[in-house]
Design a binder for this molecule. Structure first.
Ligand SMILES: [Fe+2]
Length: 364
């Protein structure tokens, strides 16, 4: 049977660039709640631009889920119906730190990653921490023209993602750039902090990884980076399969205990609590991936990833067949706590989360 002709969508996607912030579609909470025409305009903006800004959301837990419910149903992620992001003294997630959160899409370790995300800012008193948003569609279109061979790799090879916590271990494989049946770019997925070690054969990795890095570098070009500050009462809504987001580093909060919360939702919707127990200080949500060297890579997770990469390099150069060798990376400043490879595990099997173990150094 002959292949059907492409169907012209009612609303065609329109790529946008760094200067998009003042042009971004904006709607008040009252408008989208009470005016069906404005709600339709909001839905149209989501289809054409992939992003819109809502203003005037009430400072309540319900405001977020109520707003998301205006254009769809809230689908829980493995974090639950909502996900609260605050900066913690002892973070267990990159999202809970004040460090820069490089560009990423959310939860690629789920088979079906969240669709439309809602980030509700309840308050914002920190210095820094501005949001960075990129239209992945615009970057991918330019990447196709500039690096056609690299583009071909990113649309054909699946890469592994994972998220491991105490009660779950999520794993999935995604393509960095997805095409629809007509060859149009239909999705972008990228998140190095959820990426597992690329497990393709070495000769494929030698081609794929440079292509992957080139795409990441292009994404960070000033041509594409929309920078803005998310203010109290605002909610940015974006297509998680198109828009790539991140955050600049947060400097010292204005006052310890001041709560500044923002939440990812949509397919995963998350109302903030608005409270900051103990010395925790909430801030905008966002967590991310890394491209290239990052001087802020001091977390244990970052060390795990770097150490696992070192083992992979050892395999690449043929240094992996000696029994009993190890690499280690200090976690604590005094070196008493460190990461190393598990006993008898082949270097080629080392993974950041499961195979590098942390242990106290034995006293001599
Ligand atoms: Fe995120």
């Amino acid at each position: 049977m002959a292949k059907s002709a492409p169907i012209s969508p009612t609303f065609k996607e329109v790529p946008w660039y760094a200067d998009h912030y003042p042009k971004m579609a904006r709607f008040s909470y009252d408008e989208v709640t009470n005016d069906t025409a404005r709600r339709r305009d909001w839905a149209k903006a989501m289809l054409t631009d992939g992003v819109a800004l809502l203003t005037g959301l009430p400072d309540t837990d319900e405001a977020l889920t109520d707003t998301a419910g205006l254009i769809g149903y809230v689908r829980p992620s493995y974090f639950g119906l909502t996900f609260e992001v605050k900066t913690h003294i002892k973070p267990t997630n990159l999202a809970f730190t004040a460090k820069a959160l490089p560009l990423h899409t959310d939860l690629p370790d789920e088979d079906l990653a969240p669709g439309v995300q809602f980030l509700h800012c309840r308050a914002n008193s920190v210095e820094g921490g501005n949001s960075i948003f990129v239209d992945g569609l615009a970057v991918a279109e330019d990447f196709r023209k500039a690096y056609p061979e690299d583009f071909e790799l990113l649309i054909t090879v699946d890469v592994p993602y994972f998220c491991e916590h105490d009660t779950f271990d999520m794993r999935s494989r995604q393509r960095v750039i997805e095409l629809d049946e007509h060859g149009n770019i239909s999705g972008v997925t990228i998140s190095q902090h959820h990426a597992d070690i690329f497990d393709m054969p070495q000769h494929e990795l030698d081609r794929y990884y440079p292509a992957f890095c080139r795409f990441g570098r292009m994404m960070r070009d000033d041509k594409y980076l929309m920078r803005f500050r998310l203010n109290a009462g605002e909610c940015i809504v974006f297509d998680n399969h198109r828009i790539v987001h991140g955050r600049l580093p947060i400097r010292q909060p204005a006052a310890i205990g001041t709560c500044v919360a923002a939440i990812p939702t949509g397919a995963s919707c998350a109302p903030p609590t608005g409270s900051c127990p103990g010395k925790d200080v909430s801030n905008e949500c966002r967590y991310g991936c890394r491209f290239g060297a990052d001087p802020d890579r001091q977390s244990e997770q970052a060390l795990r990833e770097d150490l696992a990469a070192a083992f992979r390099l050892a395999v690449k150069f043929g240094w992996s067949e000696s029994v009993g060798n190890h690499f280690s990376a200090a976690v604590s400043e005094d070196g008493s706590k460190f990461l190393m490879n598990p006993k008898w595990r082949h270097f080629g099997e080392i993974r950041p989360a499961t195979c590098c173990c942390s242990m106290p150094m034995m006293k001599r």
